[in-house]
Design a protein around this ligand. Structure first.
Ligand SMILES: [Zn+2]
Length: 270
């Protein structure tokens, strides 16, 4: 009996054992599948979460630094240099010294310095002191050329001969690009050794109401540089000694405006 019982019990035990093993396996497989599913889910979630900030950070960085992404958009930027006055319009004067001559002197230097810079095509409104051009013609010259930036280059004058230094004029309804341009020019010219920073101003220049028209007629970022007072002897001395340094500072600002993407930003808004 014992033999038979033991003989009988063995297969039963084995069956029971087999059943337990099968159950365990099934439970293990279920747990394994559950774990794999959970791990997969977590990984996907993790990837999703990982992707989310990436997308967000890309959009944030594109908002805060559009310039660096857009900087290579154009292979060539057209920069219009406009030496103020000319011909019968001498501008301001101090004895034999005529503003139209000083303007052409430093504007030509800016123009030539820009010729050697990458991604720049410089154009200039006049190359002679005998050229007469009104503000409409100057603006049309820049607009028709599709200029990306326009700089009216002037010198200042006041009856008060102690008045000195540099002013930058932008439109009344200037956008942030004009303002950035203005402050960059002012700071760069300060580093180049001007006597005084008089600020970035909007509205009408001391020079004349006409000067203001020019930056209204142009349809790209634009400003007027009043590079020192022709009525101030020290400003004139500094101008003669440093006009090439001033021109280099202005050309450097043009490059910064391109490299930092400010000129693309405007194109994108248009
Ligand atoms: Zn002027």
């Amino acid at each position: 009996m014992s033999g038979s019982s033991s003989n009988n019990s063995r297969p039963v035990a084995r069956r029971v054992h087999k059943g337990r093993v099968g159950g365990c396996l099934a439970v293990f497989v279920i747990i394994f599948i559950l774990m794999v599913t959970l791990i997969n889910g977590c990984t996907k979630k993790h990837q999703k979460n990982k992707n989310k900030p990436d997308t967000e950070s890309t959009s944030v960085s594109s908002q805060t630094e559009p310039e660096k992404q857009k900087a290579p958009e154009k292979t060539e930027y057209i920069i219009c240099i406009d030496p103020g006055h000319g011909g019968d319009d001498i501008g301001s004067s101090n004895g034999d010294r005529l503003e139209k001559v000083d303007n052409l002197r430093y504007a030509t230097e800016v123009y030539e310095q820009l010729q050697n810079r990458e991604h720049v095509k410089a154009i200039i409104t006049r190359t002679s002191n005998d050229t007469d051009m009104d503000n409409r013609e100057r603006a049309e010259f820049a607009n028709n050329a599709g200029a990306d930036l326009y700089l009216a280059l002037h010198r200042n004058q006041l009856e008060d001969h102690t008045a000195n230094g540099v002013e930058i004029w932008i439109q009344d309804e200037a956008n942030v690009v004009d303002e950035v341009l203005g402050y960059k020019l002012l700071n760069a010219l300060e580093s180049a050794g001007i006597q005084n920073k008089r600020g970035v101003r909007s509205g009408y220049t001391n020079d004349s109401q006409n000067n203001f028209q020019i930056i209204e007629y142009t349809n790209m970022p634009a400003c007027i540089v009043e590079l020192g007072f022709i009525s101030n002897d020290e400003d004139n001395r500094l101008f003669d000694a440093h006009y090439k340094d001033y021109a280099a500072a202005i050309a450097d600002v043009v490059m910064q405006m391109i490299e930092e993407g400010y000129l693309n930003q405007v194109a994108a808004n248009e």
